[in-house]
Unconditional design. Structure first.
Length: 244
């Protein structure tokens, strides 16, 4: 970018560098969004400010939170910056977590919720087959959070089936299930899943055994033919003529 001087020539326009105080507000907004420590360089690129100015703003905000006794603090941990709750409020936070009111779902819960959302109404067994792990505890958590509810029973197996709730739509910002993104093709089709489960449940044929011996008294072994009889002789030793 250039500017025109009084003598008609052009000169590079001066680059306006924001001050630390000018980027504090947008910096706070960014830090509220991150879910892991973020480096100064990443923040600088997002704000379009020099890294040194970003560091100055971060340190200024950290001091401000400490001096005003906020319930959170800004710390540099693991190579990046992030907001952390203060240790002195651990009891309140622990009670909140134990009550099942945490605001963020685990990765396992999110994956299970996605399967239910796209395959509903779906049984616990089908969800476990799709994810490949036991989902009992995760479904209990989703039910406790009001995101999933029991929605009847499977007509064939009698197993309970689950579906998402109105609260799920509200939290996702959806008007109806029709507004879900088209992700269903990435999940197994119900018919294909049924065929796979049926194949896994098919009994394995037992190995063939040796033929069983005939029932009844055990046959007595035949005595070997007498040597004299084989020679055509009578027991007395005289030759016996054999009729034609």
């Amino acid at each position: 970018m250039t500017t025109e001087t009084q003598d008609g020539t052009t000169a590079p326009a001066a680059v306006v560098v924001p001050t630390a105080s000018e980027i504090e507000a947008p910096l706070e907004a960014l830090l509220l969004l991150v879910d892991e420590p973020t480096t100064e360089l990443t923040l600088a690129e997002a704000l379009g400010a020099p890294e040194a100015v970003v560091v100055e703003a971060l340190e200024s905000l950290a001091r401000f939170y400490d001096e005003t006794g906020r319930g959170f603090e800004l710390r540099r941990v693991g190579g990046g910056w992030r907001y952390w709750t203060r240790v002195e409020h651990a009891d309140v936070i622990a009670a909140h977590v134990v009550g099942g009111q945490t605001g963020r779902l685990s990765q396992a819960a999110l994956e299970t919720l996605a399967v239910i959302a796209y395959q509903q109404p779906v049984s616990r067994g089908r969800v476990a087959a799709i994810r490949g792990v036991n989902v009992d505890g995760v479904i209990k958590t989703l039910v406790a959070r009001g995101l999933v509810e029991e929605a009847g029973h499977d007509a064939e197996t009698g197993a309970a089936v689950f579906a998402t709730t109105q609260a799920f739509l509200e939290k996702m910002g959806l008007g109806s299930l029709d507004d879900l993104p088209p992700l269903a093709p990435h999940l197994p089709d119900v018919a294909d899943l049924e065929a796979e489960l049926s194949a896994l449940a098919a009994p394995v044929p037992a190995p063939q055994d040796e033929p069983a011996p005939p029932e009844g008294p055990q046959a007595q072994p035949q005595a070997a033919p007498d040597a004299d009889a084989q020679a055509g002789r009578t027991p007395t030793g005289q030759d016996e003529e054999v009729g034609a």
